[in-house]
Design a protein around this ligand. Structure first.
Ligand SMILES: Cc1cc2nc3c(=O)[nH]c(=O)nc-3n(C[C@H](O)[C@H](O)[C@H](O)COP(=O)(O)O)c2cc1C
Length: 439
């Protein structure tokens, strides 16, 4: 196949306002049936993997649980283990924090998932270091921001040592000779590092993939270096053509410095989409979804994150009030903080004035539209253009509805990608590494 092949993943809708829970079609965010439906849909569409995000502390707004969004989510690896039983080929990717876990324990759980699923496990290594989340895990103190990637790098290195410590042929199970493992085939791991110290043997034989797939989702310079040195896949925020190309060139350009080739790291931005039978209908559907995602109270909540003030007295359908942001006070916790709120507030004000937008219309405008909008033909063409043009190697699709949010994509867009010769019509391998064309 001469065309560059597209890689696709299905993100289970999460705890942010892009997930519309107040739609009559929305199902449970916690029933196994919801996860199974989305995973089976992704597998029907021959996707590379299913993806779960992680949040280790409930988000708060003004000291109260932020209950405008979905609140709470189950633990990834437990859930993925259950999904392994109802899927056969689909990769199973879980986000698990490297700051608040221990390598031996997590390496075991990931190796177990890889065994249970026949080689379909992936770990999205995240490094949240905020003290707010840390309060759930540590007695005082937490990892310095500067140290979180050194810890993550050591964590992954050590996990790989543990995963590789049994020789591939270690299990002999020779009944006649009465030997279960081959002499000398189960190695010891001795590690004395800055963050971890381990001496012992791993509890599991080598997993089907050898090493579960490593995904990375940080965006800072350290995050990109960590990905270039370590990751098999990057989950990025850069889904547009221009930003995508810039990010792609930046990260792929760092690989040589780590002795790696461009094809060894797949770049998959998280993206959203809206379909319609005509371009006009798709645009209308996109606008309807945006209004569902940014309801009146959500609009005020977004405004408060920038203004740092209680804005609940203002009408979300009315104009932006003439009030300056309070730059001292942070109201929202558990979200990535907004940098330079004064500049953001000034930009929002200028935009609202220029276009005559209400608070809600402004928030809809500034929090971004869907990445791909159009007929199935147009969306398939756009996706293919991004991949062939090196703005991505594929995408992590983030539907706005649970559990049926990917049904239309799989039924209407995937066949067109297959017709273009850019996406598999069936799985050719059994492991996630094979789907991703990784060694
Ligand atoms: C697309 C994307 C998805 C992320 N998903 C999660 C997540 O599910 N859970 C989490 O704790 N952090 C998540 N993160 C946060 C990163 O792990 C990281 O902590 C954060 O981006 C700050 O690191 P940086 O300074 O390198 O960007 C995500 C980041 C990005 C860019």
């Amino acid at each position: 196949m001469s065309r560059k092949q597209i890689h696709l993943a299905a993100h289970f809708p999460g705890v942010n306002n892009t997930t519309v829970w107040a739609d009559p079609r929305s199902g449970s965010q916690i029933d196994f049936a919801s996860f199974a439906h989305l995973a089976r849909t992704a597998e029907r569409g021959k996707f590379d993997f299913f993806f779960l995000a992680e949040g280790l502390r409930l988000r708060e707004l003004k000291g109260r649980i932020h209950d405008l969004d979905v609140v709470g989510r189950p633990e990834s690896l437990t859930l993925l283990s259950a999904l392994a039983a109802v899927t056969g080929r689909l990769g199973l990717a879980g986000t698990v924090n490297a700051t608040f876990n221990e390598p031996y324990e997590l390496a075991r759980r990931l190796a177990t998932l890889d065994h249970l699923s026949g080689g379909r496990a992936a770990w999205n290594v995240v490094t949240t270091s905020d003290a707010f989340t840390g309060e759930n895990f540590r007695r005082g103190g937490y990892l310095d921001r500067a140290d979180r990637y050194t810890r993550a790098a050591e964590f992954v290195r050590l996990s790989r040592e543990l995963w590789g410590s049994w020789r591939p042929d270690a299990v002999l199970a020779d009944q006649a000779a009465g030997r279960f493992v081959r002499e000398g085939a189960v190695g010891t791991v001795q590690h004395e590092g800055e963050h971890f110290s381990i001496e012992g043997r791993f509890t599991l034989p080598r997993a089907p993939q050898g090493h579960p797939v490593i995904i990375q989702a940080g965006d800072s310079d350290e995050g990109r270096e960590f990905a270039a040195a370590t990751a098999d896949v990057i989950f990025s925020r850069h889904g547009t053509l221009e930003e995508g190309k810039r990010f792609y060139a930046d990260v792929k350009g760092r690989l040589a410095g780590h002795g790696r080739e461009p094809h060894q790291l797949k770049i998959m931005p998280g993206v959203t989409y809206a379909l319609g039978d005509t371009e006009a209908e798709a645009a209308e559907n996109a606008a309807t979804i945006r209004r569902q995602q940014v309801g009146p109270q959500t609009a005020i909540a977004f405004l408060e994150q920038v203004w740092g003030r209680d804005m609940s007295a203002f009408d979300p359908e009315g104009p932006l009030p003439d009030i300056e942001p309070d730059l001292d006070e942070g109201v929202s916790q558990g979200r990535v903080p907004i940098k330079d709120r004064a500049a953001v507030a000034a930009k929002w004000r200028a935009l609202a004035e220029e276009k005559g937008l209400s608070i809600r219309e402004l928030v809809i405008e500034v929090t971004g539209r869907q990445t791909f909008i159009g007929t199935p033909e147009s969306v398939a063409r756009q996706i293919d253009e991004h991949v062939q043009g090196d703005a991505a190697d594929g995408f992590i699709l983030v539907p706005h509805l649970t559990p049926g949010g990917l049904d239309d994509f799989v039924d209407r867009v995937v066949p067109l990608l297959q017709e273009r010769g850019s996406f598999r019509s069936d799985y050719t391998g059994t492991t996630l590494r094979e789907h991703l064309e990784l060694a």
